[in-house]
Design a protein around this ligand. Structure first.
Ligand code: 5RP
Length: 222
């Protein structure tokens, strides 16, 4: 199976998981990236079985609107049963690194609101220890150099992601070579640096269900 076929399989598995639980009033949280895009295209076929969605990025909102799906402002949504999104890395505790697509802050906000966060990923994303993928950190532009110096003190090698502005008008530092022994602690430590909006560690709020696409089928990890 190709990587895209694995992504398609986990997107279908997520849809199969949530569909029986959706009602005409349901609003679904939808993530960002190529795996999430497979989910969006499948979800669109069931347009009449839920009310609408909340999107974790402008790109995702555009794709959803292109399918004729109503996209709501999160502030106007009281209940979000499910959030479905991909990841750049995942471990067996369902802790993640996200933000390869620069949407980490909105993704973390939607994940915080959702009752159930379903992560969909192909097996290339599974790791024993998080941190081989450079950790994205969203930063207020004027704080970029200050934050970079603090990240060096934490043992990382931050690299400015040139030419990228997030949906929130900020910049991204990708941090290489971090030894992530305690993801929850590091997530908090980086978020405590003045000028950081958030970082791509999803450990304080990990996924609730990981659907991992493997050559032997979709693994369900809880
Ligand atoms: C975007 C993300 C994505 O979920 C992550 O980058 C995975 O993307 P893909 O499904 O294309 O591999 O966090 O900010």
């Amino acid at each position: 199976m190709t990587q895209d076929q694995l992504k398609q399989a986990v997107a279908q598995a997520a849809l199969d998981h949530i569909l029986p639980q959706l009602s005409a009033k349901s609003v679904v949280g939808v993530g960002t990236g190529s795996t999430a895009n497979f989910f969006i295209d499948l979800l669109a076929r069931h347009r009449m079985e839920f009310d609408g969605v909340v999107a974790s990025s402008e790109a995702t909102a555009e794709r959803l609107k292109g399918h004729g799906i109503p996209v709501y402002d999160l502030n106007n949504v009281v209940e979000l049963e499910f959030y479905v999104d991909g990841a750049d890395e995942c471990n067996k505790y369902l802790e993640l690194i996200k933000g390869g697509g620069a949407a980490l802050t909105r993704e973390k906000i939607v994940a915080a609101v959702a009752e159930t966060f379903i992560c969909i990923a192909d097996e290339s994303k599974r790791v024993d220890f998080l941190g081989n993928f450079p950790l994205p950190v969203e930063v207020i532009p004027m704080a970029r150099s200050h934050v970079a110096r603090q990240l060096v003190r934490l043992g990382g090698d931050p690299v400015y992601r040139e030419g990228v502005t997030t949906d929130n008008g900020n910049v991204i530092l990708d941090v290489y070579n971090l030894q992530i022994v305690n993801p929850r602690q590091l997530e908090a430590d980086i978020n405590n640096i003045v000028g950081v909006v958030t970082n791509g560690l999803f450990a304080a709020r990990p996924a609730d269900l990981l659907l991992l696409g493997t050559r032997n089928g979709v693994e369900r990890i809880k």
